[in-house]
Ligand binder design. Structure first.
Ligand SMILES: Cc1ncc(COP(=O)(O)O)c(C=O)c1O
Length: 331
């Protein structure tokens, strides 16, 4: 529990952090009555439509980049460098926002074997990002450093954005999201006992966890569902970012972090059977499209918990749609 005086001071510091206004907010909270009926004996279900954040075809990256790009501009950067896979939502949104802000953009992307070009890679190229291909994940960070050195040698001012913008600064985007969620809940008379979301590099989860301590009830349970790494690994990443947020806001934040890793399926980026079922069920009952890599697997976790009776019918659960649907498209 944070002392009210410490909380007020932390909120004051949070509100002073420079941020660009780039997204379309507040993203809607919608009820999911037909999904609930199809599941039977389910809690009341709502969805937070962060797939509708706007720029770069939306998703959770917009919120993080509002803080990170503000810092890049404050440092006088003329180029941003970041990394991911060829289908990376983070890289696509970074490239599109960089174009909008008049920044150059370099993306260190893992080459993947596929016949058609992923839409996110094509979009990055259309908006003028320079693509540097690397073979393996471990080569991304050194490639970014090499590019930064090369650009500095040319008199440019590069700014490196780490994977997924999942730094304490980037995660402030989800502290802000928690603050707006609290206002939306108050205005609509809503209450949530649990929030399910996809959690990978940890910034989204960490921002919401920190934001919960500042703006929501601490009893609201947050369940991050992994699309790739073991629970312990993501939990450690999320906790580290939460601590970093606390350090920045001058408050100790040490809430427990829960990550579920039973819904990864074959591996990262490969559809799971449960994810496919969740994708189809949500599409057919609610007309909402998830993405196969992150949100379908997170929804599979929520559905499994409902079927196993872990979420009682009197509970209210929010599913956080973090976007990512561009992964469905190739050009
Ligand atoms: C669509 C989508 N959902 C969820 C996540 C996970 O967010 P985070 O990396 O902040 O844990 C990502 C990250 O790549 C994503 O692209």
């Amino acid at each position: 529990m944070i002392h009210p005086i410490d909380r007020a001071r932390a909120i004051e510091r949070f509100e002073q952090i420079p941020r660009l206004s780039l997204g379309h907010y507040p993203t809607p909270i919608e009820k999911l009555p037909r999904l609930r009926a199809a599941l039977g004996n389910a809690p009341k279900l709502c969805i937070k439509r962060d797939d509708c954040t706007g720029p770069g075809f939306g998703g959770n990256k917009v919120r993080k980049l509002e803080y990170v790009l503000a810092a890049a501009q404050a440092e006088g950067a003329d180029t941003v460098i970041t990394c991911g896979g060829e289908k990376s939502n983070h890289c696509r949104v970074t490239a599109m926002l960089a174009a909008r802000l008049g920044l150059e953009c370099v993306l260190a992307l893992n080459r993947a074997s596929h016949e058609a070009k992923p839409a996110s890679l094509a979009i990055g190229q259309w908006v003028g990002a320079r693509i540097v291909s690397v073979e393996r994940r471990e080569q991304r960070a050194p490639a970014m450093e090499r590019m930064a050195a090369e650009l500095r040698g040319q008199g440019k001012r590069p700014y490196i954005i780490p994977l997924g913008a999942s730094t304490p600064l980037g995660a402030m985007g989800y502290v802000a999201a928690a603050s707006v969620l609290a206002a939306q809940m108050e205005a609509a008379g809503l209450r949530f006992d649990a929030i399910f979301l996809s959690s990978s590099s940890g910034g989204t989860h960490a921002g919401l966890a920190a934001g919960r301590e500042l703006f929501l009830r601490p009893e609201v349970q947050l369940y991050g569902v992994s699309p790739d790494d073991a629970a312990a690994c993501i939990q450690a990443a999320v906790s580290g970012i939460v601590q970093g947020i606390g350090a920045r806001l001058g408050v100790t934040l040490d809430a427990p972090v829960t990550v579920l890793d039973e819904y990864i399926g074959p591996r990262y980026g490969v559809e799971s059977e449960a994810g496919r079922e969740a994708f189809d069920l949500v599409a057919r009952t609610e007309g909402i499209v998830l993405d196969p890599v992150y949100t379908a697997k997170a929804m599979a976790g929520l559905i499994d918990w409902i079927r196993k009776g872990r979420l009682a019918p009197e509970m209210r659960v929010l599913f956080w749609h973090t976007g990512g649907q561009m992964a469905l498209f190739h050009v």
